[in-house]
Design a protein around this ligand. Structure first.
Ligand SMILES: [Fe+2]
Length: 449
């Protein structure tokens, strides 16, 4: 055998061994443990509908195809309407459960509603929600990845504290990786964490990679669109895409987990939606940061498909997650036209921290905490405040619009950054990785002194 052939053979064996070792990490799914299904209507979720005056309700009950109903009336008990639907059994890897959804439409602005769910002889207690007033001024909450383990209770206790201070939130928006894995026990965990907020406030989420089943081709596990029925996967060639209007803002939900050959149709959809958008504020939400905070080649494909489009089409804000660090990017602007690109934000609300390379043109970083945002739109101004898990203000800014001019006002730069290796990272990563992260932080400090 020639020397060249020998090198090629060794290289081939080395690559094969590497693929064999990494196969499960790339393509494998841990088995889903068996689970008991809900025999009564449970896991009720309220979410947005296709119009501002509509709401979807989804729930789970039993495992067979059978009818279910929602009784709806206003809080004074007037005008009870009955909506009928049919349960859709879904077989996961470890069991079968039936999912239901109903679209409540023609709801009146600034009106309180009561509703209950019936399946067979079972009826839930009455639940309530309030439709927001017909105003362009509103606030919502954004959470990056949560993906808690079953035994993690931090978000369970944090959420009521957050909601006590944000009762006026129009909805709660999640940036994907809401669950740790597509398994019943993690869905149970999410509903337990959301508690009564799941059926009181509209809950909205884009899919993250943890909602996917891995494989040579990744697949969004069907439980996700069954829980969030605003996704019409068939209408979008299997992509989880949705846009909805609230006041003078429109939200565009993307599915950045798809293999690259599926992202082209998402780009075309986004371009069409942005071109047709009549609302003043445009907010794009996707799981993978268009500009990574971990490395210049991370999410390279996502960047190629969406980065120019969000600039060209005047998107104001891009909300992202996945990389388990907090980063608010700098915004390119000039005095005549103001912001030439959207404000890009990466956030997370998880106990997991990933190592940061401090890559990217970032105005403010954050580590070792759970973060969330309160975002308010009031006429010409979008205000964004980031809080940590102690509900302390961590970052703050405003985008102010006047005709074609957008100006970013940074009110958060003087709030100290929290940059350190978390206890979770030390406990879960190898010593070499911890040292590398510490070194990255040292270098970042040196440069920013
Ligand atoms: Fe992720």
């Amino acid at each position: 055998m020639s020397k060249k052939k020998l090198i090629l053979a060794v290289l081939f064996i080395a690559i094969a061994l590497f693929c064999y070792k990494r196969w499960d990490a790339w393509f494998g799914n841990p088995p889903e443990p068996g689970y008991d299904i809900q025999h009564h209507p449970a896991r009720v979720l309220l979410t947005v509908g296709p119009s501002e005056s509509s709401r979807y309700v989804s729930w789970q009950c039993d495992s067979v195809r059978q009818p279910g109903w929602v009784d709806l009336c206003d809080t004074l008990g007037h005008d009870t309407l009955v909506y009928e639907t049919m349960g859709q059994p879904f077989r996961s890897r470890a069991g079968v459960a039936a999912y239901f959804s109903v679209l409540l439409d023609s709801l009146k602005a600034d009106t309180g509603y009561r509703y209950r769910i019936r399946v067979g002889q079972d009826t839930t207690d009455w639940m309530q929600f309030h439709m927001p007033p017909a105003s362009n001024n509103f606030s919502f909450l954004y959470f990056g990845d949560v993906q808690d383990e079953v035994d993690d209770t931090a978000f369970d206790s944090l959420l009521p504290n957050i909601m006590a201070q944000n009762e006026d939130a129009s909805f709660l928006l999640f940036g994907g990786d809401l669950i740790e894995r597509p398994m019943d026990k993690y869905w149970e965990k999410v509903f337990s964490s959301l508690s009564s907020y799941a059926y009181t406030y509209p809950i909205v989420s884009v899919p993250g990679n943890h909602e996917y089943l891995k494989g040579v081709t990744r697949t969004l596990e069907e439980r996700f669109p069954l829980v969030f029925p605003y996704y019409d996967m068939e209408a979008h060639d299997g992509n989880a895409l949705f846009s909805f209007k609230r006041g003078d803002a429109r939200f565009f939900l993307l599915d950045s987990n798809k293999d690259f050959w599926r992202l082209w149709s998402q780009r075309m959809w986004l371009e069409k939606e942005l071109s047709a958008c009549k609302e003043r504020w445009k907010i794009v939400v996707l799981h993978h940061p268009i500009r990574s905070i971990k490395g210049s080649m991370n999410n390279w494909v996502v960047k190629q498909f969406f980065d120019d489009l969000v600039c060209k089409k005047g998107v104001d804000l891009v909300l992202q997650g996945h990389e388990h660090g907090y980063a608010r990017f700098n915004v390119d602007s000039d005095s005549s036209k103001g912001m030439k690109e959207p404000l890009r934000l990466v956030s997370y609300c998880s106990r997991k921290d990933y190592m940061l390379q401090f890559h990217g043109d970032v105005a403010k970083w954050g580590t070792d905490d759970r973060y969330f945002q309160r975002i308010s739109i009031s006429g010409d101004t979008l205000s964004l405040s980031t809080f940590n898990s102690s509900l302390q203000l961590y970052d703050k800014l405003r985008i102010v619009k006047s005709q074609d001019h957008r100006q970013l006002v940074d009110e958060g730069k003087d709030i100290p950054e929290k940059i350190r290796v978390s206890d979770w990272f030390r406990a879960n990563k190898k010593a070499k990785r911890v040292q590398e992260f510490e070194k990255n932080i040292e270098e970042w400090r040196r440069k920013n002194r």
